[in-house]
Design a protein around this ligand. Structure first.
Ligand code: SAH
Length: 277
């Protein structure tokens, strides 16, 4: 027998109302129980008056996921909120692990709803220009659950393949070494003048944006609320904006003419091997 419980995994975006989707806000409004980190619950406090709120600290994720699942299974409409997107370094993965552990099947209670949100990479990118127009990846520098050698290997692979890199969880009060090591790995492959943006608390009250470069970004404050965006070999600065080109000018002039040897709609023709990267 279905008891009608619902568990919504809700991404609320970077932290202000305007950048949470209507679907996310509706899921929170409909919920009887709202579960999340204190900071995120605070960000949506205007929507949760009269609801039961389960606020927890940073290190209680498993308990929080389990209690959200159990409350929903027992028939409540529960919204589990994450900043950004719940499926990007958020609670969604852990919820699925808890459900698998319980033997949950599709069609069982609770009904699951996944509601996407604007992740930090996107919100931070919008604060600095258009840094993610070409291939990019996100890497979390938190080694609380992932061994550092695995993280270092991924940074190395991303840097060597010329991905734009958004570094999440770059540092905390106790974790300060990782960002320094990340810098030295990336510097093996990229010029010291490569644009780097530090965006702290995008769309929140204490937002701070710093435009700098690979050789200087460690001189600035980097913490738990910062996302570090490292450009690729083509990223440039223009009027204070950080821009990664898609590559149009390899094929066309900006007047729209096709360059010699190129064909619209066909693979780019390399003029010489040096152009590969
Ligand atoms: N689920 C979140 C990410 C959680 S991991 C999302 O999709 O955005 C936490 C990290 O996200 C922080 O350490 C920081 O690097 C980044 N982050 C989250 N919100 C941010 C914001 N408003 N501004 C800048 N970075 C943010």
């Amino acid at each position: 027998m279905s008891s009608g419980g619902v568990l919504s995994l809700v991404g609320i975006g970077p932290g202000d109302g305007a950048h949470a989707t209507p679907a996310a806000l509706e899921a929170i409004r409909e919920a009887q129980v709202v579960v999340g980190y204190r900071t995120y619950v605070k960000l949506v406090r205007h929507l949760i008056e009269g609801k039961e709120v389960v606020q927890t600290g940073m290190t209680e994720e498993i308990g929080r996921a389990r209690s959200a699942v159990e409350r929903a299974k027992a028939g409540a409409n529960v919204a589990l909120i994450s900043s950004g997107d719940a499926g990007v370094y958020g609670m969604a993965g852990l919820v699925f692990e808890v459900l698998r552990d319980m033997g949950w099947k599709r069609g069982d209670d609770p009904t699951l709803r996944l509601i996407p949100g604007i992740t930090a990479a996107n919100s931070c990118a919008s604060r600095v220009g258009a840094p993610l127009v070409h291939d990019s990846c996100t890497i979390s520098l938190s080694d609380l659950l992932t061994p550092w050698p695995v993280i270092a290997k991924r940074i190395d692979a991303a840097a060597s393949a010329d991905f734009v890199i958004s570094l999440y969880n770059p540092a905390s009060g106790r974790r300060t070494r990782q960002i320094v090591e990340a810098h030295s790995i990336i510097r093996r492959y990229r010029e010291g003048t490569t644009p780097v943006a530090l965006v702290k608390g995008a769309y929140r009250e204490a937002e701070k944006v710093v435009m700098t470069d690979l050789d200087h970004f460690l001189d600035y404050e980097i913490g738990m609320l910062t996302t570090v965006i490292v450009g690729n070999s083509n990223t440039f600065l223009f009027e204070g904006y950080m821009v990664t080109p898609r590559g149009y000018t390899r094929k066309y002039t900006l007047e729209g003419d096709v360059l010699p040897g190129q064909m619209p709609g066909r693979s780019l023709v390399l003029q010489n091997q040096k152009e590969e990267l």
